[in-house]
Design a protein around this ligand. Sequence first.
Ligand SMILES: Nc1nc2c(ncn2[C@@H]2O[C@H](COP(=O)(O)OP(=O)(O)OP(=O)(O)O)[C@@H](O)[C@H]2O)c(=O)[nH]1
Length: 205
Amino acid sequence: DSGVGKTCLTYQFCAGKFPEKTEATIGVDFREKLIEIDGEKIKVQLWDTAGQERFRKSMVQHYYRNVHAVVFVYDVTSAASFRSLPAWIDECKQHALGQEVPRILVGNKCDLQNSVQVGTDLAQQFADAHSMPLFETSAKNPSSNGHGDGSHGNSDHVEAIFMTVAHKLKSQKPLILSQPPGGDTVTLARGRDKGEEKASWACMC
Ligand SMILES: Nc1nc2c(ncn2[C@@H]2O[C@H](COP(=O)(O)OP(=O)(O)OP(=O)(O)O)[C@@H](O)[C@H]2O)c(=O)[nH]1
């Protein structure tokens, strides 16, 4: 939903800091980060979608194609944002983004521990029912456990969350069917085309 912290989370991952000021996303914003997994350079593109209804119904619809993974975000201090999740999951399913693509659930704003409305147990039950791993984090204080002592506690680090998605994508790289011209041998190659510098995946928040 709008205001759960999607822009802050993607900014924290790509720029390594919490943005001073954010405004409601209009349509879709793109952020990217070059990461390395097992010696392979991978460009991860994060498509930060608008939560506001008026943009969601118009502009966001056009960006469901070419999505390789989905990050569903709710705000742990907003029960309403948690209740909206089934509608977002259905919307993704309507665009062929169901269990066949990596999907994860992220509860954000864990630093606001005194205002929590969505407990971990409830969120975990929901995540299990939808076959998604659950992460709880804070874009504002990514290494906080809500007690202000800077330790990691039970809160997941923003970078670790997106790296988990990247690892999932890497391990699921589709088999590319290639047939040499004139030959009668079919070669199944993993992942990227020959000569391509780096792999690239898009992930929608
Ligand atoms: N305390 C706290 N505030 C946060 C956190 N993440 C985001 N915020 C605040 O929540 C508000 C909304 O954050 P955004 O990242 O713009 O939310 P969004 O989900 O991108 O919203 P839309 O673009 O409208 O869909 C801002 O005032 C942020 O400063 C967090 O982890 N902790």
